[in-house]
Design a protein around this ligand. Sequence first.
Ligand code: C5P
Length: 235
Amino acid sequence: MKHDVIIACDFKSAEDTFKFLDLFKDEERKPFLKIGMELFYAEGPSIVKEIKRRGHKIFLDLKLHDIPNTVKKAMMVLSRLDVDMCNVHAAGTIDMMRAALEGLTREDGTRPLLIAVTQLTSTSEERMRNELLIDASINDTIVKYAQNTREAGLDGVVCSPLEAGMVHEACGREFLTITPGVRFADGAVGDQVRVTTPARAREIGSDFIVVGRPVTQAEDPVAAYRRCVKEFLGE
Ligand code: C5P
């Protein structure tokens, strides 16, 4: 499916994760889940296998960034884990992204979706200039990194929903935008700065929204997930 709601499972242990997932056991629609570094480093590949066994799709958010050969070898391992989406930093260069794609592609030609992080939302223009010596604006950097990602043959980028339109304009409608920073109109924003609602994210052109705390910390996580699906997918 091209569009979906991905729940960010930012839990510290398998125990917490499964306690959360058990809430969804009677749901017909098994949520697409994002597993990040904290959980993966704490629990290892076994957690990915167990979540897959329960019928969920997985975005393994490990943001690889190393020399092309190392990233290729690491991606070969991840492709055997049978995840549905994984990612790299576009800053690793086009060569690194091509190597990642090669490593991820199985012998039968199938592979998980591969996307790239452009600029982290925690990086300000000021830090780019003073610490990384990048003089271009954040938006120009995002567009250029997205174009590099497309040139390397990857499927899309992670970006703010507010940037999804700009990325599609530069890279085409088929190029995927995966967007965190989603909040309900009546919900808490927390530490996110540039946020928008599921419905508005869809209007701007986001293909997948990544939603964490509005679902995981909700009083009724299943109802919050259903609300996201309804607002984003209209189902
Ligand atoms: O709880 P919340 O909805 O803010 O979670 C968003 C998820 O997306 C977190 O896992 C966060 O690390 C991730 N993310 C983000 N902004 C980015 C990249 C990833 O919020 N630019």
